[in-house]
Design a protein around this ligand. Structure first.
Ligand SMILES: C[S@@+](CC[C@H](N)C(=O)[O-])C[C@H]1O[C@@H](n2cnc3c(N)ncnc32)[C@H](O)[C@@H]1O
Length: 208
């Protein structure tokens, strides 16, 4: 199946169960189709930005880690205290084979996350904030489990930002002094060999 077709199924998901079913179907082919066929570069872009803010000994949670592509790039860049979290057992099974995470957790963003407060120095969320995926309310728990002065670094599709409630949520979090925006990257196409995915930007927030 083409990445375009996969994306249109995923983006129309109405429930987490539907989304999980689509990812479990895709898990084994995900890396070949996205990296091999489309040259998916969002993990490299995210780690390039993260490395400007986060030291190599940081404890990092890769939320929505999928098959572990972000963990793999983090590891190649000297980060080794890495944990992954995803809603999909099949995606986590692929991530496990990369041998770059010390722990993998099956948990759902948008629901309470049973990590203690102030657990992580940085949290990455790459390719997750888009249509049919994790809700903007995910930030409440992500900020709670990130240490004060830690970083929450995520990609967002630009068209999704315009059309969703994410802009309102991020404004409210800043107004409530929960975090502050540190950087927004230039736009880039995450799939450099084809462009079915729209443009992304990388956002860096520092937790208060
Ligand atoms: C497009 S993949 C991105 C995976 C990886 N970060 C990457 O860049 O290759 C999106 C991932 O987010 C996960 N996901 C979607 N909604 C989620 C949620 N509410 N909680 C946790 N994981 C979620 C999916 O299972 C999937 O593995």
């Amino acid at each position: 199946m083409s990445v375009e077709n996969r994306q249109s199924k995923l983006y129309s998901s109405q429930t987490n169960e539907e989304l999980v079913a689509y990812y479990s179907e895709w898990a084994k082919e995900y890396d070949r189709e996205l990296v091999g066929d489309c040259n998916y570069i969002a993990p490299q872009q995210a780690v390039k930005v993260l490395s400007q803010f986060v030291p190599q000994n940081a404890r990092i949670l890769d939320a929505g880690c999928g098959t572990g592509l972000v963990g793999e790039v983090l590891h190649q860049n000297g980060y080794s205290n890495l944990e992954g979290m995803d809603i999909s057992a099949e995606m986590l099974a692929q991530a496990r084979q990369k041998n770059v995470y010390t722990l993998l957790h099956q948990k759902v963003m948008g629901e309470p996350l049973d990590f203690p407060s102030d657990s992580f120095d940085a949290i990455t969320i790459v390719g997750v904030f888009t249509y049919g995926h994790a809700p903007s309310s995910s930030f409440d728990e992500l900020i709670r489990i990130c240490k004060p002065k830690g970083y929450v670094i995520f990609t967002m599709r630009m068209d999704f930002y315009e059309q969703s409630d994410f802009s309102q949520k991020l404004t409210e979090l800043e107004e409530d002094s929960k975090c502050k925006l540190v950087e927004i990257s230039d736009q880039f196409s995450p799939l450099s060999l084809s462009k079915p995915g729209g443009y992304y930007q990388l956002w860096v927030y520092q937790v208060s």
